[in-house]
Design a protein around this ligand. Sequence first.
Ligand SMILES: CC(C)(COP(=O)(O)OP(=O)(O)OC[C@H]1O[C@@H](n2cnc3c(N)ncnc32)[C@H](O)[C@@H]1OP(=O)(O)O)[C@@H](O)C(=O)NCCC(=O)NCCS
Length: 154
Amino acid sequence: MVLEVRIRAVASDHPVRRAPSEFDEWGEISPEAKAMEILRWLIEAQISGAWLEVGNLSAHPVWYGPTESSKAMNIGIGILEEFRGQGIGGIAQRLLAEELHRNGYVRVEASTDITNFAEQRALHKAGFICEGTLRKAQGRADGLHDLQVWSHIS
Ligand SMILES: CC(C)(COP(=O)(O)OP(=O)(O)OC[C@H]1O[C@@H](n2cnc3c(N)ncnc32)[C@H](O)[C@@H]1OP(=O)(O)O)[C@@H](O)C(=O)NCCC(=O)NCCS
């Protein structure tokens, strides 16, 4: 039984356990994207009295103008397969949005495939609002996909 969930910032090159999914089959990764500044957190849950790594979160900056107040953070999440469907994803994304708000970011956003209903549900439970569809925004191994964009505002 899951008792508690916490997130812990780690270095961007910290080894994380992979959480494979059909929405994570990229094909060739762009060198420019590899060079992008990405912040990372481990998600840990207290299960039967022990803290276990159950997934990870990331965040990268998105600029909507040349001013500090135009800088949003776009977050991503992966929960290890054996820990999905227990409410951890919703709690973890809420915790990260709150941490980023404390660090001064008003806009925290998440973009997810229009068919990723589990993530849409988790974002809703985390207090994010769906703002609309980004057409043909994400190229994966099998081609271009439409994304939904969600935001959590402080
Ligand atoms: C998406 C993900 C982060 C959600 O985390 P989670 O801990 O499994 O999610 P939660 O348990 O908080 O909630 C999942 C919700 O989605 C629902 N759900 C799960 N699979 C679903 C599906 N195929 N269709 C519709 N709803 C679904 C669950 O019923 C639950 O809703 P409920 O609480 O109303 O019952 C996790 O499943 C995951 O890591 N998936 C693979 C990676 C991924 O897709 N990352 C996001 C990329 S943008």
